[in-house]
Design a protein around this ligand. Sequence first.
Ligand code: HEM
Length: 140
Amino acid sequence: MISVEWRIYHYLSDFMQNTHYRRLGGEAAVRQLVDRFYELMDSRDDCRELRQLHSADLTQARDKLFMFLSGWLGGPSLYIEQYGHPRLRQRHMPFAIGEIERDQWMSCIDQAMSEQQLEPALHKELYAAFYKTADFMRNQ
Ligand code: HEM
């Protein structure tokens, strides 16, 4: 449970720094992005390889990605508070991730961002940041 003071601190620091989190539209927008991302992954025929790596039930993956992105985008560090250091590359090691999986991941997040009609400069910055992270997850 995060204290009220902690939330206020994050809100103010985010407000003053004009973070990606704030530019995107805060908590509700990050949730919307993550929900749509997993809906697309779950339904797009051209993302089957990516979908198959995930559990049948996507609830936990969705919650964790939301919490992670909150901090990664410059908002509240929800993931670290609950699970500690993300060690993202290590956590992805059990899954075979090559260019196909990376590109499918990018395609879903790109479509989710497009549907949210982000300001073009923000879309471009986030695409580049996601790509760097997704490519770093490759272990094949
Ligand atoms: C490059 C392609 C990627 C693939 C194939 C992939 C695949 C996966 C899989 C299979 C899981 C486990 C989900 C489950 O339990 O059902 C997972 C977890 C996760 N992924 Fe990815 N991922 C990719 C990229 C990314 C990127 C770019 C990010 C962040 C920007 C990310 C953040 C996370 C997080 C936070 C978790 C939860 C980790 C945990 O606490 O267990 N992933 N990913």
